[in-house]
Design a protein around this ligand. Structure first.
Ligand SMILES: Nc1ncnc2c1ncn2[C@@H]1O[C@H](COP(=O)(O)OP(=O)(O)OP(=O)(O)O)[C@@H](O)[C@H]1O
Ligand SMILES: [Mg+2]
Length: 243
């Protein structure tokens, strides 16, 4: 079982959209896949269901109740959540940091993808502690570039203090207009600083992504040959090659 946390403390960089699409690609490639929404915003959850049953809500884990994923497609299961999870955001007693890791270790899946909130609190830390690999989506804004150092430092800290074998799967640029010089500049800078992390595939900017999310369908089910569909599939292949 490989557990991948999709993480960046910067908001709105495409974490949830990435987890959503990669989930389908893993599942349709015959891998038993579990998606975990660890963001009290519940955005990933709302891509699949209106209301998540209590027994499949991550909140139950922190409430010390039983937790069971729901099936959302063949080979694709979901532990969802909603705003009730935010009750535990500040409850940072040590045992809470390991609940997610323990839960995942009892699961029988090929791939677990964890969507994380835009912060470095309990839920992101728990996801990083649970993961074998971390995938970092980032846009090319100045704030993202500045925040990358903080994220990588937090990851290093977690690796050191917990002796965790977690590694960085890669950095993927999202929401990209590749006509912009800024993209080339940022990509070059990040590649210079972290040559082993930057993934070749980037996800272009397109309004079609919003359409696909509002229709509760992955973009490749709506527009198979669209550049975004092609990009997600290429990214999937590149990720497989790194796992
Ligand atoms: N490639 C893209 N092109 C255009 N819009 C996109 C793209 N990817 C995501 N979006 C849109 O950008 C917004 C933010 O995306 P998303 O919710 O996936 O980011 P996030 O990092 O999960 O945000 P948060 O930090 O709040 O959880 C959404 O409205 C989404 O539809
Ligand atoms: Mg999100």
């Amino acid at each position: 079982m490989i557990t991948i946390a999709i993480s960046n403390q910067k908001g709105g960089v495409g974490k949830t959209t990435l987890v959503y699409h990669l989930g389908f690609l893993f599942a349709r490639d015959g891998k038993k896949t579990l998606l975990i929404d660890s963001d009290p915003q519940g955005n990933l959850t709302s891509c699949f269901v209106e209301d998540v049953p209590e027994e499949s809500n991550l909140t139950s884990l922190y409430d010390k109740k039983s937790l069971k994923p729901i099936q959302v497609e063949k080979n694709l299961n979901l532990v969802g959540t909603d705003i009730t999870l935010s009750r535990f955001e500040a409850d940072t007693k040590l045992e809470n940091f390991f609940l997610l890791k323990n839960f995942i270790s009892g699961m029988d899946h090929d791939i677990v993808l964890i969507d994380t909130p835009p912060s470095l609190g309990l839920f992101t830390s728990s996801a990083l502690l649970s993961a074998n690999k971390i995938l970092v989506p980032m846009d090319i804004s100045r704030f993202s570039v500045l925040g990358l150092g903080d994220l990588l430092n937090s990851i290093q800290k977690i690796i050191k203090t917990t002796n965790s074998p977690v590694g960085i799967l890669g950095i993927v640029f999202t929401g990209i207009d590749d006509r912009l010089n800024l993209f080339k500049e940022v990509k070059e800078k990040i590649t210079r600083e972290h040559p082993e992390y930057v993934l070749e595939t980037y996800i272009p900017d397109s309004v079609r992504v919003k359409e696909s999310i509002s229709k509760k369908k992955p973009i490749f089910d709506l527009m198979e040959d669209h550049k975004i569909s092609v990009a997600y599939k290429n990214l999937y292949k590149e990720i497989l090659g790194r796992l």
